[in-house]
Design a protein around this ligand. Structure first.
Ligand code: ADP
Ligand code: ASP
Ligand code: MG
Length: 436
């Protein structure tokens, strides 16, 4: 069984849905879909208005979005029967959304609103395939995708429920399911965070022990730098799971940061493919490493650095433990760490508890912070015995002030911290020096 995930742009219009239906082809497959592009953003906007009790604002966005969907229905289906079926789906989804304009609006209702995009796209695709004579069935994600009390996927539950659902529809040609949406440990509608459809695909792939997970998007695989900031980037044809995980975590938007782990644990290859250019080879993510190569660069925004300087650290044991404990107590993950004998700098991207953290750290030394920083992550075969890679990375950035450098934590990356204002310049300089 293969698992194919199509992102928002890939199903962004009636025409695109038709093309994806063609592309899926024959053979039993599970197809995971995102919401049509722009939909989740519109649902976030609606929720925002509802939180602020601005019913007019919410209704304006709801009406615009509803009209768009009726247009899609008109363009997608051939027969009146299917236009009516899809029209009824759109009608029921939007009356659900509208019902929240009359009542109290909390996090609970917001999660239900955010789930409607994937319910629409999968319902519409399923009806379209049925109209084309294909025996596809919907596997409702809310019936099998669940997180536990730590908000982590409950893999045992997912496997059990999904296996049962598949067995109930063993004679189907094709299975269609929603990305992104799930239930939490209390049975409430929830989601796997923005961009989380990639995560759904790899959790589903792991649950059914898929032979391959394909992530179809709007670009020809993972590029060697962020195409939104650097011109003439090129696709990377092969990545190790660890390299892909580092790139996704450090800002390569093409992949959701958490989606590599389930595939890696089950040794399922992940292929990144381009819906707009289906013949292009894309990127294969697997367990094999290419020796002696720098593969790609990515950047993670909104980073804050905290520096703690202390004479007490000199020759002391347990100092770092006490420092890290403070971050743990405030549930704030640390990205980068650099140490000297009298000081330590750490970077975080969640500033929610920054004030309390700084307050607590002051017990141990002098504390200072730098905000608006960016982590630049260079990924490839970075085994320490390979000579010259660190040197060429540092050389590329010779005209840019670098606040922290981290190397040797894994065999796959070098991370550097620079000012947000220098991000584009740094990415471009790295592409020039490393890849041209
Ligand atoms: P989808 O809606 O299909 O999930 P995303 O917008 O989440 O697609 O991801 C695809 C986008 O990721 C690309 O259009 C590209 O702009 C961006 N991107 C950022 N970094 C990279 C990279 N290193 N390689 C490829 N795409 C990248
Ligand atoms: N629709 C969701 C989002 O826009 C999930 C996804 O596309 O992966 O974030
Ligand atoms: Mg995405």
């Amino acid at each position: 069984m293969k698992v194919l995930k199509f992102g928002g742009t890939s199903v962004g219009s009636a025409q695109r849905i038709k093309e994806v239906a063609q592309l899926i082809g024959g053979g039993q497959k599970i197809v995971v879909l995102s919401a049509m592009s722009g939909t989740t953003n519109a649902l976030v906007e609606i929720s925002d208005y509802l939180y602020k009790k601005n019913t007019d604002g919410a209704n304006e966005v709801i009406n615009k979005l509803r009209a768009k969907y009726y247009d899609h229905v008109e363009q997608l289906y051939l027969t009146d029967t299917y236009k009516q079926k899809a029209g009824a789906l759109v009608q029921s989804v939007f009356s659900r959304i509208s019902s929240f304009t009359k009542d109290l609006f909390t996090l609970f209702e917001e999660k239900i609103v955010l789930a409607q995009g994937e319910l629409l796209s999968t319902g519409m695709m399923n009806l379209y395939l049925n109209e084309c004579g294909i025996r596809s069935v919907l596997l409702p994600a809310l019936d099998y995708m669940r997180t536990d009390k730590n908000a982590e996927p409950d893999t045992v539950y997912i496997k059990e429920k999904l296996t049962k659902l598949l067995a109930e529809h063993a004679d189907a040609d094709l299975y269609i399911t929603q990305g992104y949406i799930c239930r939490n440990a209390y049975g409430e509608t929830d989601n796997l965070q923005r961009g989380g459809s990639d995560y759904t695909a790899s959790l589903v792939g792991a649950a059914v022990k898929a032979e391959e997970i394909q992530i179809w998007t709007d670009i020809d695989g993972m590029h060697n730098n962020d195409p939104r900031f650097v011109e003439k980037t090129a696709p990377v044809r092969n990545l190790h799971f660890e390299e892909a995980a580092e790139l996704a975590y450090f800002g390569a938007k093409i992949l959701h940061p958490t989606c590599i782990l389930p595939a890696k644990l089950n040794n399922i290859p992940v292929r990144l493919l381009n819906t707009m250019e289906p013949q292009a080879p894309g990127t294969l993510i697997s367990n094999t490493t290419e020796k002696g190569k720098i593969k790609a660069v990515a950047a993670k925004d909104n980073i804050t650095v905290i520096k703690i300087r202390s004479g007490r650290m000199l020759l002391a044991t347990g100092f770092l433990r006490k420092v890290f404990e403070i971050f743990e107590n405030h549930q704030t993950p640390i990205d980068m760490v650099t140490t000297s004998e009298v000081g330590v700098s750490v970077s975080i991207d969640n500033r929610k508890h920054l004030e309390e953290i700084v307050d607590d750290l002051k017990k141990f030394g002098t504390v200072s912070t730098d905000t608006d920083m960016v982590i630049i992550c260079v990924v490839g075969d970075m085994e320490w015995e390979n000579v010259g890679f660190e040197a060429s990375i540092i050389h590329a950035l010779k005209e840019i002030p670098v606040r922290m450098i981290s190397y040797g934590g894994s065999n796959y990356n070098v991370s550097l911290l620079v000012k947000a204002a220098d991000k584009t310049k740094a990415l471009q300089a790295l592409s020039r020096h490393l890849f041209s």
